[in-house]
Design a protein around this ligand. Structure first.
Ligand code: AMP
Ligand code: MN
Ligand code: MN
Length: 324
């Protein structure tokens, strides 16, 4: 952690200590890093101040239902006075969905994140793009707060870091990732239990959707690019949910010829969620930025508001251009 990040953390901790009404929220379509981070920080703040409010912005995918502290995530009214809002793992304020209404009412915003596309929307911005997960930043933050990292907090942090680094294999994994995870294991978390829940509990519906999706895999650019579209009809046919698309895009990237993998999910007729991954060369955050999205060099996302065929054409064209 560099010095200025340390100073920003101290400033943020002072603010937490003097604030009474603190709200934390996930981003829309929350992932493991997001949920793990909000729960870990939420539990730490609760321990420090006796109270914390975590806003339910979206459904929590079943993958994370085993996490301790989940009962802290609740629906809240926007009406109340908010003196501090904390955003985690969100590169811009629109990513907060319903949380944006709470954030815009708050006296102060702390923005803790690791995305290269973060636009510093907070009053205090703790942005570390070299961190593999927001959970790594939160680990340092909680230590600086002086709150003991117990097994519950450590379980959430492990989940955050493991999911965003693809179980410590993606290029965002650093020696710091391993040092932090070593500390978490030392605390005595049950990592086998966590890993079984995260990676070895795939439902039959998800498995069937996976098979159906792979049957529709298409390649472009001599196999350098692979793309799958998942429609609402496919979800219905397999009795699956949107969250069951987890794992599809990384499977495409794992194919030897593939540099860029793309997954299009039909949220609604005119709302297509795009996930893009790359292996070694292409900066996919730049591609997603063009569609008002964002992310990291090797993992990014955006939403295209058109029908799925049009969205596919638009994204294919943009990806092909980056290879020219
Ligand atoms: P996903 O493809 O949704 O798993 O997201 C990959 C990465 O890009 C994650 O770090 C997300 O937080 C980020 N991301 C996804 N969608 C957006 C978006 N619309 N705006 C900004 N960042 C995004
Ligand atoms: Mn995230
Ligand atoms: Mn993240």
């Amino acid at each position: 952690m560099n010095n200025s990040l340390g100073n920003l953390m101290e400033e943020a901790i002072k603010l937490i200590k003097k604030s009474d009404n603190i709200y934390i929220a996930s981003h829309v379509q929350p992932d493991g890093d997001n949920i793990g981070s909000i729960l870990a920080l939420g539990m730490a703040i609760k321990r420090l101040k006796g109270k914390v409010n975590i806003i339910k912005v979206d459904d929590i995918p079943s993958d994370y239902h085993f996490l301790p502290g989940l009962e802290l995530i609740r629906e809240h009214d926007v009406g109340q006075y908010i003196d501090l809002f904390i955003a985690l793992d969100s590169s811009d304020i629109d990513r907060l969905g319903l949380g944006k209404e709470f954030a815009s009412k708050a006296d102060k915003i702390i923005n803790i994140d690791h995305h290269v596309t973060n636009d510093n929307f907070g009053h205090i911005n703790i942005i570390s793009t070299s961190s593999g997960a927001t959970g790594e930043i939160v680990y340092e933050f909680i230590k600086k707060m002086g709150v003991k990292i117990d097994k519950d907090i450590a379980t959430c942090l492990y989940t955050a870091i493991s999911t965003d680094t693809g179980s410590f294999i993606y290029s965002n994994t650093s020696y710091k990732t391993h040092l932090i995870v070593a500390e978490l294991l030392k605390i005595g978390i049950d990592n086998n239990h966590i890993n079984v829940n995260l990676y070895q509990s795939r439902s039959m519906e998800r498995t069937k959707l996976f098979i159906d999706s792979l049957n529709r895999l298409e390649f472009f650019l001599d196999g350098k690019m692979g793309i799958i579209t998942v429609t609402q009809e496919m979800l219905r046919d397999n009795n699956a949910k949107l969250e069951d698309t987890e794992g599809i895009v990384s499977f495409i990237r794992d194919i030897d010829s593939v540099e860029v993998a793309c997954l299009l999910k039909e949220i609604d007729k005119n709302e297509i969620k795009v996930s893009i991954r790359s292996k070694k060369e292409i900066d996919v955050s730049k591609i997603c930025n063009k569609f008002d999205g964002g992310g990291h060099m090797r993992a990014a996302g955006c939403t295209i508001y058109s029908e799925i065929d049009t969205a596919k054409e638009l994204i294919l064209e943009e990806i092909k251009m980056t290879f020219r």
